[in-house]
Write a protein of this length. Structure first.
Length: 469
């Protein structure tokens, strides 16, 4: 037993593991709530109108890029607040929140305007102008597909301002180690979203079924409701409005923005890359888009567990960075990577064992599209998704830990290269040129996230290995 204790890694101390769990579990459940809204939308559509899922999936190209940009730009609120908490000056963090709130408001309005007014031209170009003439979009009336997706996108754009504000609030509360409040509010939003989905898509309680349009209104309405609740909690329970007794560090505002800018670029690369694959899948066939889309939705749900670990790792690394404790920085990063690998093994086994059950939950067993029975086809892709999501988790944890140490641009370049130079070309080549269909699309995704996860993890280890013991 003595030898075992002597050989136990410094980064795996029980106290540190407990601290990571206390932070990551609530954050994971909070982040999962965001994905659960999308999965809930997909499930309700799968039960009542599976043929309209492509409209929702393709609408997330401009929406996903916008959300990824906002989440990245606003991340500085969490990082700088965590640094203040690490040195016992969290009471002065109100200026960080207020700066982030103004940024979120301006950014939300600008992105809403851009998405609303550009969606028509964007989807006309994608589905009418450049779609392969042999694609299913051409057979399914490309003008109708383009206009339907644009209409849904415009409805979703109305929720962008609320999303940006709620992101600032959740970052701030989590950095102040109040993640359970965020979790409670977000799940209120999930259940509210489900209720509106059932009314507007399922036709419950006398409402007229609206299909994908109903899903869009449910997402927008529930987003604004939880934003208002979150904002009230921040104003009542935190020093958000408290004037700082001291000035911030030199160039604090620039630092707050720059820390998040690198993350924003990475998010645009990852989210934009993934959402571009929906377009490619639609070019293959509407059935391929649906099957592939449901598998990615499940992959995204798994990713929320990793995102909890990544966010908690970022907070712990940022606190250590604020204290200037290099050994703690190294140990916090390594513990985050180890936890990600362990979570990946657990989630991968569960997804493979219950792939048929999960597919049956996503769509009704009798659902057909273009002669393809959807549930078995989705189940077949989930094994690939289980492998891909592990490396997706590694790239998130490693890049978050790097940015918490103000290593910003190299992780961003890795994301751009992995998703735009590897994943998208691979999806197009294997899925369309090699006629691999939805399976080919997933193989392309696996190549992209493997590249990102491997390179980000190696960069983090290279960085942390240089820290003194």
């Amino acid at each position: 037993m003595r030898m075992f204790r002597l050989g136990w890694p410094a980064w795996a101390r029980p106290a540190d593991i407990g601290d990571l769990l206390r932070l990551s579990v609530p954050i994971a459940f909070t982040r999962m709530s965001q994905m659960l809204m999308g999965v809930t939308d997909a499930i309700v559509l799968g039960q009542f109108a599976p043929g309209e899922l492509p409209y929702i999936l393709n609408s997330w190209l401009p929406m996903g890029v916008s959300l990824g940009l906002g989440i990245g730009i606003l991340l500085g609120v969490q990082v700088l607040t965590s640094e203040l908490l690490g040195i016992g000056r969290e009471g002065e963090s109100g200026r960080i929140f207020r700066r982030g709130f103004v940024t979120s408001l301006v950014l939300g309005v600008l992105l809403m305007a851009v998405v609303y007014f550009s969606s028509g031209a964007l989807f006309h170009w994608l589905f009418v102008d450049i779609a392969p003439k042999t694609s299913a979009v051409d057979q399914a009336d490309p003008e109708l597909v383009a206009s339907s997706v644009a209409h849904v996108t415009r409805i979703l754009s109305f929720g962008l301002v609320g999303f940006m504000i709620s992101t600032v609030c959740s970052y701030y509360l989590e950095a102040l180690r109040r993640p359970l409040l965020v979790t409670a509010v977000m799940y209120f939003g999930v259940f509210l979203n489900l209720g509106i989905d059932l009314a507007l898509v399922g036709g419950f309680w006398g409402f007229e079924p609206m299909g994908a349009e109903g899903v869009a209104w449910a997402t927008t309405g529930s987003r604004w409701a939880l934003t208002l609740v979150m904002l009230v909690l921040v104003l009542i329970l935190t020093p958000a409005l408290t004037r700082s007794s001291q000035k911030g560090v030199p160039n604090e505002a620039r630092k707050q923005l720059s820390v998040g800018t690198g993350t924003a670029i990475s998010n645009i690369a990852e989210w934009g890359g993934f959402n571009l694959t929906y377009i490619i899948a639609t070019w293959i066939s509407l059935a391929a888009n649906t099957v592939y889309g449901y598998a990615i939705q499940m992959m995204g749900l798994c990713f929320m567990f990793y995102l909890g670990i990544a966010s908690a790792t970022s907070v712990r690394v940022a606190e250590a960075y604020g204290r200037g404790n290099l050994a703690e920085i190294r140990d916090a990063g390594r513990l985050g990577v180890a936890a990600t690998v362990l979570m990946g093994v657990i989630l991968g086994v569960l997804v493979v064992l219950f792939n048929d059950t999960l597919a049956g939950l996503l769509v009704r067993d009798t659902a057909m599209m273009n002669g393809v029975q959807l549930a078995p086809a989705i189940a077949g892709l989930l094994a690939f998704a289980a492998v891909a999501t592990l490396f997706d988790g590694l790239q998130a944890t490693a890049s978050f830990a790097l940015r918490a140490q103000e290593v910003v641009w190299v992780p961003s370049m890795i994301h751009i290269g992995s998703f735009f130079l590897v994943m998208i070309p691979a999806c197009y080549w294997i899925g369309i040129v090699q006629e691999g269909g939805a399976t080919g699309m997933m193989l392309g995704v696996m190549l992209g996230v493997f590249t990102a996860g491997s390179l980000q993890t190696m960069l983090l280890e290279w960085k942390t290995a240089r820290q003194p013991s």
